[in-house]
Design a protein around this ligand. Structure first.
Ligand code: SF4
Length: 118
């Protein structure tokens, strides 16, 4: 039996996805103000309750790439950063952002081209 790994939250003009393989429960999504993510609500994420710019900004805060925003064509909607960055956390992973190519990443992990924790 296969287990769902990518959950989709469809809005009228964009879709937010959450990839359980990448989430390490840092909690940036839960700390976001507004109604895009509400813990305990079903669905937890509703892209129709935030404008596109706010949705993109909140999704981009996810440091692991577990959250991603896709346009109507299914492609990743996230600008390529102008520089690459590595943030070192105490006793934690390295948080890498930029224009990335991650060895071993599954083909359907589109967001790790922008953000990943290793
Ligand atoms: S911000 Fe990303 S890594 Fe953190 S809990 Fe939310 S989805 Fe998971």
């Amino acid at each position: 039996m296969s287990k769902t790994t990518i959950f989709e939250y469809k809005g009228t003009s964009e879709t937010v996805t959450w990839d359980r393989r990448l989430c390490i429960h840092v909690g940036e999504c839960g700390r976001a103000k507004g109604d895009l993510f509400v813990t305990g609500r079903d669905p937890w994420c509703d892209p129709n309750l935030a404008d596109r710019a706010k949705t993109a900004e909140i999704v981009a805060r996810c440091p692991t790439g577990a959250l991603a925003m896709h346009g109507e064509d299914g492609q990743l909607v996230e600008a390529t950063p102008t520089y690459n960055e590595v943030a070192i956390s105490n006793d934690g992973p390295l948080y890498v952002s930029g224009e990335l190519s991650v060895d071993g990443a599954a083909d359907d992990m589109q967001s790790v081209r922008r953000r990943v924790a290793r």
